[in-house]
Ligand binder design. Structure first.
Ligand code: G3P
Length: 218
């Protein structure tokens, strides 16, 4: 399974990249706003900066909601850097835009997916990724991981090339559940990625190894 980091924070992106396990980055307008990135010029520069840190795909989201606006913004974003994947919301205009962009050879990430039906339409339109939001479904008492499994099964059954990019992943257990459900990618906060390392038996074992070494060599 591939790991993307879900942030626009350059320090966190660098930290994940330095770990050697990072496969890409996802952003959205809220994550960009969190970093205080505003104005078209600064926003596009920020996407390029992210692409220059990581080796993999970088999702950049369109702001337009009309079809013409989505495709022109999508083409501009895609032209910024070969690593850019254009993120488009799963609306009627969004599906049309995904179809247009994929026909033009531009890779897309269809976002704000909350149902199997939405994922089906996005895949049929040629989306490179679909982004079902796990945590936001959990927030309303609906099991987000079940949706990941349903979409992964559907893509396997019909041999769609579209990848399931589990989004709104909040913690380490979500990551493990995404693995079990067959997600191709999980995009996670840095805390959840690094959190996978935590195990008291690792800490205890290392402490014991070092103590035994130091008894003879210390
Ligand atoms: O990947 C989508 C993500 O940024 C949304 O996460 O925690 O706001 O639901 P969250």
């Amino acid at each position: 399974m591939n790991f993307f980091i879900d942030t626009a924070n350059l320090d966190q992106i660098k930290e994940a990249q330095d770990l050697g396990i990072l496969d890409g980055v996802t952003t959205n307008p809220s994550l960009m706003a969190k970093e205080g990135i505003k104005g078209a010029k600064n926003i596009t520069q920020h996407y390029v900066d992210i692409c220059n840190i990581v080796d993999g795909d970088v999702s950049a989201e369109v702001i337009a909601t009309d079809y013409e606006g989505m495709i022109s913004e999508g083409e501009e974003l895609a032209a910024l850097h070969p690593q850019i994947v254009v993120k488009v919301p799963c609306t009627k205009n969004g599906i049309k835009a995904v179809k247009y962009l994929s026909t033009k050879g531009i890779r897309t990430n269809c976002t704000l997916i909350f149902s199997v039906g939405q994922a089906l339409l996005a895949a049929k339109a040629g989306a490179t990724y679909v982004s079902p939001f796990v945590g936001r479904l959990d927030d309303i008492c609906t099991d987000g991981i079940v949706l990941i499994r349903q979409i992964a099964d559907m893509f396997n059954y019909y041999a769609f090339d579209t990848q399931v990019l589990a989004a709104s992943v909040r913690h380490t257990m979500h990551i493990i559940q995404c693995v079990e459900a067959g997600a191709h990618v999980a995009t996670c906060p840095l805390s959840a990625i690094v959190g996978l390392l935590n195990h008291p038996l690792t800490d205890k074992g290392l402490e014991q190894f070092l103590a035994d070494y130091n008894k003879l060599n210390g």
